[in-house]
Design a protein around this ligand. Structure first.
Ligand SMILES: Nc1ncnc2c1ncn2[C@@H]1O[C@H](COP(=O)(O)OP(=O)(O)OP(=O)(O)O)[C@@H](O)[C@H]1O
Length: 327
């Protein structure tokens, strides 16, 4: 199997070179507590996410990635094996892959991720910046003799990366992303409506307005009485709730143009900025980036899957991996 893998803080997406997207689920697993025995996975992905905040306390939900990097080698290995099995890999199938990594991952963090992948039976495996992989997934050619600027707003972090002719010219990163927006929504509901909500409900509220447009009925627990309560929330309130996080991302990434030479700016001005990653789907983010950068900003056609698709495509592009691959 030839795979592109986007092992994100919030979501894991796997693209097979021949079959397209074969796995797209939350990056979470539930482990049976070890008690001296080897740990076993009870649930992974969507099934595990449904148990977050619901399951018995002894079944702890584990997120194998934090800000896009591996927190524990053994868990990451178990998780990758489970994901590959669900993506249709048989234990004996030779598997090659390119895995996306955050732009600011250190060499050590990349090494740990690659080691987890190798132990999960993926060989050879190469790491590629999420931003470069996403650009490839959107049809850009990072080997071209012109500058491209892309912005990836993920779950745990965001990055603006400019590249040209096989090399990164400039990058800025933010340590907040979509997961922090979910936290901001939960905080807003607690403070403004005295409603306590679980993580899944806060996530639903955050992602609904773009899809539906009307007021939302939110389920939670009354902060004073502890009784179940319903509250109606307007889409504009969601925008208000996440604004501090969006402002922080825009502030952190806005300066990336300062690091580019004038000729590079001319390319970016002509082409505009491409933005992807799930966090980019929050209302108003592309517009805010546009006014901070003073450049046209385009949302990718497939903002949630382009990193995995680009990683899969990169697998067969040796010059690209030689230029941008990280081992
Ligand atoms: N329609 C939507 N509106 C707002 N946010 C959304 C929407 N759809 C997905 N998201 C958010 O996008 C985030 C996940 O994006 P993505 O899958 O690009 O990140 P990731 O790869 O998991 O994270 P990272 O790259 O930081 O490791 C989540 O926080 C999710 O809530």
């Amino acid at each position: 199997m030839d795979l592109g893998i986007d092992l994100g803080t919030a979501t894991t997406v796997v693209s097979d070179v021949r079959r397209g997207i074969v796995y797209d689920e939350p990056s979470v697993l539930i482990l049976r507590p070890g008690g001296g025995r080897r740990q076993r996975i009870l649930a992974v992905g969507r099934e595990a996410a449904e148990l977050v905040g619901r399951g018995p306390a002894r079944f702890a939900a584990v997120r194998p990635l934090h800000d896009g990097v591996v927190t524990d080698l053994e868990t990451a290995r178990l998780y990758l094996r489970a994901v590959l099995a669900r993506a249709g890999r048989r234990a004996w199938t030779p598997t090659r892959a390119v895995i996306g990594v955050p732009a600011d991952a250190t060499s050590l963090e990349v090494r740990v991720l690659l080691e987890a992948a190798e132990e999960a039976g993926i060989r050879p495996v190469t790491a590629l910046d999420d931003a470069v992989a996403g650009a490839v997934g959107c049809g850009l050619d990072p080997l071209e003799r012109r500058v491209h600027l892309v912005i990836d707003v993920g779950g745990g972090s965001a990055a603006a990366v400019a590249f040209c002719y096989g090399g990164v010219l400039a990058q800025r990163t933010s340590k907040v992303g979509g997961v922090d927006m979910t936290g901001a929504v939960a905080r807003y509901l607690r403070e403004e409506h005295q409603l306590q909500v679980g993580e899944l409900e806060a996530e639903r509220v955050k992602t609904s307005p773009t899809a539906e447009g009307g007021p939302l009925v939110v389920h939670g627990r009354d902060g004073a009485t502890g009784h179940p309560r319903l509250v109606t929330v307007q889409p504009a309130e969601v925008a208000t709730a996440v604004r501090p996080v969006v402002d922080e991302i825009v502030r952190a990434l806005g300066g990336c143009l300062d690091d580019l030479p004038p000729q590079a700016l001319a390319d970016v001005l002509a082409e505009g900025v491409l933005v992807f990653g799930g966090g980019a789907l929050i209302q108003g983010l592309p517009q805010q980036l546009e006014s901070a950068l003073g450049l046209p900003v385009k949302l990718a056609e497939q903002p949630l899957t382009c990193v995995a698709e680009g990683a899969a495509r990169a697998l067969r592009n040796r010059p690209l991996l030689a230029a941008y691959g990280r081992n």
